[in-house]
Design a protein around this ligand. Structure first.
Ligand code: PLP
Length: 408
């Protein structure tokens, strides 16, 4: 049935695309890793069966494989402008094993453009993937300045950058959404401030990309990374680069591979071909979802997620022993990732009780230990995190709340 122009997400239609959901487990650790589309698995296998050859030769199968790769890269580049704005040229997208790996490569590639005494701003609300690679540049004399989360609001405030930006600032690195707080950082004021001193922006979009459409050109950021395995794809990641950002990159590839594009410079030895072909099922799925509902995919997805997270937050608010770590109310800037601690039980104990109900959630610092400490929490204990995706159902949420009732 085509449900064109219906207001709500057809969750049965959605779930039919994810074989791993056909189980009695409810998966709510989606910010850790999301279920994979059947089409991703099928296309990955198809590539391995049909085009197991190296690219670049004149014989037919090699040429055919090259065409498949160009098609995949173009389709994946489309993810960076799904919400509008100019399309990103495919060669301005690099693929890697993970966001951590891509941002490490980016830092290495930018190293020659940075001089001792130049400053880089990093945030303590970030996952370590967008902190560690920049901290390592201190060995070359780079100066790190910390943009700190405010413990009272549990947010990064763009105006706090005003005390940190100087004429030596080269780069502002921050997350687009916290993988622990579920809050979105408004990039507009961040980019405007960075630009005003001639600095560039490197944004970690990992926690944002499964929930909202990307508009890279409109945001005006230079580098934007996210992990495809959290957006229903295979275990790999993408880095989109603006034209100016791309032009700054030093080559990490073989010395004779001189094409001046991220696709060459940041992909030493190439990208994983079969995963790229498989991952191209992600934009196709989002297109199909939009066609099915007669509305942009992430408009339908975010409305559904908003209802789910609203119910979780509302329920948690009734529990006196619970402290929500992040915004306590659902809203447009609130992703369906909810962290909390309880005054009665440790996060680990709560999660183990919930495991027994065959519901997958998780506890810890989620590779954002600096954020956990900045909020006055124990790094090793961390928080309980419930992270939802659009394929979660209201019935699963009720199961979760019943399990939490017994676990808290
Ligand atoms: C916000 C955020 N950034 C970066 C990463 C790192 O991604 P990857 O595992 O692809 O390196 C994660 C992983 O959980 C994340 O949640």
């Amino acid at each position: 049935m085509n449900r064109a122009h219906t207001a709500t997400l057809d969750v049965d239609w959605v779930r039919g695309h994810f074989p791993a959901l056909d189980s009695d487990w409810a998966l709510m650790d989606n910010a850790g890793g999301a279920a994979t589309l059947a089409a991703v698995a099928d296309r990955t296998a198809e590539y391995l069966r049909r085009w197991p050859v190296q690219l670049g030769a004149s014989y037919g199968p090699s040429a055919a494989a090259g065409e498949r790769q160009a098609e995949a890269r173009a389709a994946l580049a489309g993810l960076f402008s799904l919400g509008g704005g100019a399309a990103l040229p495919p060669e301005q997208v690099a693929m890697g094993a993970s966001t951590t790996s891509l941002l490490s490569r980016l830092a290495r590639s930018l190293q020659p453009t940075l001089a001792p005494g130049d400053e880089i701003i990093v945030s303590d609300a970030d996952h370590e993937a967008n902190i560690g690679p920049w901290l390592r540049l201190q060995q070359q004399g780079l100066v790190i300045r910390w943009w700190r989360v405010r413990p009272d609001t549990m947010r990064l405030h763009a105006e706090d950058l005003d005390h940190l930006l100087t004429e030596r600032t080269r780069l502002v690195c921050c997350t687009h959404a916290s993988n622990l707080l579920g809050s979105v950082v408004d990039l507009g004021p961040v980019v405007a401030r960075a630009r005003a001193v001639g600095a560039r922006c490197c944004i970690d979009g990992v926690a944002y990309a499964p929930h909202r459409a990307l508009t890279l050109a409109e945001w005006g950021v230079d580098w934007y990374a996210f992990s495809l395995y959290k957006v229903f794809g295979p275990h790999c990641a993408l880095l989109g680069c603006s034209a100016e950002g791309a032009a700054l990159l030093a080559n990490l590839n073989h010395e004779w591979m001189t094409a001046p594009s991220p696709a060459t410079r940041l992909e030493p030895g190439a990208w994983p071909y079969e995963l790229a072909w498989g991952a191209a099922a992600v934009p196709a799925y989002l297109d199909a979802l939009a066609a099915q509902h007669g509305r942009p995919a992430f408009e339908v997805i975010s409305a559904h997620e908003h209802a789910l997270v609203g119910r979780v937050l509302e329920w948690l608010a009734t529990r006196p022993e619970v402290r929500i770590i992040g915004a306590a109310e659902a809203g447009p800037e609130r992703l369906p990732t909810v962290s909390f601690v309880s005054s009665r039980r440790a996060p680990e104990a709560i999660v183990h009780r919930v495991d027994e109900a065959r519901i997958g959630i998780r506890h810890g610092h989620f590779y954002a230990p600096r954020l956990v400490e900045a909020l006055g929490l124990e790094r090793n204990t961390g928080v309980v995190r419930i992270s939802l995706a659009h394929y979660n159902t209201p019935a699963e949420i009720e199961r979760l709340l019943a399990a939490l009732e017994a676990a808290l």
